[in-house]
Design a protein around this ligand. Structure first.
Ligand code: ZN
Length: 263
């Protein structure tokens, strides 16, 4: 179910893997394409997988017992907030008004922040960097989807800024599974373009060709902002029980990064 899970104060963070889903055991959290002929049944499967994951996050890293849907006393069935990610730098502040809007279409963006307890924020990736953020004391959390374009566009600093608007002060960031700098080959020109904005992302593959290390770039951005970083990453391309676009192609599933503040 989880590649990584941690409880920090009132905050739960988790990154999923491929195991424990409803379809052939796959915990795929991908959003079906709008024009997919199989969209309805895929959406139904997604909802079931989200339900499984949402409950597991709310149960927490120290949950015991056999019933995966048993929630801690007083906990409500979690709302898992997700978005249509577009490799940009737009961040949604999830407040009561935002939730009540009951968006007919998925909101478009690459970052989510909230100070509402009981709301699970989720980002989805297959090789991009999922970043979860929390100020456990001030009970403000965030989630960002940072691929190569998002790194350059500054989605992670934008998410940190929105959290600070909500009163976050001492922020911790968890870096989830993504394709590592030794595997992420790009044309030399592309490496130059990224490194011109974030020099720390300059990398080389294990076979000595140009590469981008998006994770290293994100860490550099976070450290400049005084954010403590927890490295919860593994290379998606090198790890079979994680989804990888570079390995599996366009049909690759998506893993999730989820963060939640206990009510
Ligand atoms: Zn790798």
């Amino acid at each position: 179910m989880f590649a990584f899970q941690e409880t920090r104060g009132a905050v739960e963070v988790a990154f999923t893997d491929r195991q424990g889903g409803v379809f052939a055991g796959e915990l795929d959290l991908a959003e079906p394409a709008v024009d997919d002929p199989d969209r309805e049944s895929m959406l139904a499967r997604l909802e079931e997988n989200l339900d499984i994951v949402g409950h597991a996050v709310v149960r927490g890293a120290e949950a015991t017992g056999d019933n995966p849907f048993e929630l801690p006393q007083g906990a409500r069935v979690p709302t898992v907030v997700r978005m249509r990610q577009v490799h940009g730098a737009d961040v949604h502040v999830v407040d009561r008004t935002w939730l009540d809007a009951r968006h007919a279409d998925l909101p478009v963006g690459d970052g989510l922040v909230t100070d509402l307890p009981g709301v699970v924020l989720m980002v989805r990736v297959a090789d991009c960097v999922p970043v979860l953020l929390a100020d456990a004391e001030h009970r403000v959390v965030g989630a960002a989807h940072a691929g190569r374009p998002g790194l350059v566009a500054g989605i992670v600093p934008a998410t940190v800024a929105r959290m600070r608007d909500l009163g976050a002060d001492r922020i911790v960031a968890w870096l989830g599974p993504h394709v590592c700098g030794s595997c992420y080959e790009v044309p030399g020109e592309m490496r130059e373009e990224v490194a011109a904005v974030v020099p720390e992302a300059y990398a080389e593959t294990s076979w000595a060709t140009p590469a981008v290390d998006v994770g290293a770039g994100v860490v550099a951005q976070l450290e400049k902002l005084g954010v403590e970083v927890v490295d919860a990453s593994r290379c998606t391309l090198e790890t079979d029980d994680l989804y990888s676009y570079r390995r599996d192609g366009a049909a690759a599933g998506r893993l999730g990064g989820l963060v939640w503040v206990r009510p």
